[in-house]
Design a protein. Structure first.
Length: 88
């Protein structure tokens, strides 16, 4: 089994929204929003927009887990998970 170490330098609470992206800390020098990974305290369904433009629903996402996908938005519609933290 591979061990993946997650290291971040920034974190912020996420408010799910159908229209607003997660504010980016990676848009300096014209690089654009490259997304963030997520920590989910209380699981449930999690609908996200990836940095690549994919609208994806992670059904039954577990409590206390990380989503190692570059995410730019957590949708309010289709998301029942709570305690979502963005990590950069």
């Amino acid at each position: 089994m591979a061990y993946q170490k997650l290291q971040t330098s920034r974190a912020a609470a996420v408010t799910p929204s159908d229209t607003a992206d997660i504010p980016s800390v990676s848009n300096q020098n014209g690089r654009g929003n490259r997304g963030c990974v997520l920590y989910v305290a209380t699981g449930g369904d999690l609908r996200v927009l990836t940095a690549g433009g994919d609208d994806v629903n992670f059904a039954g996402f577990p409590d206390g887990a990380f989503l190692p996908v570059n995410v730019v938005r957590v949708f309010a519609t289709g998301t029942s998970a709570t305690g979502i933290i963005a990590l950069w």
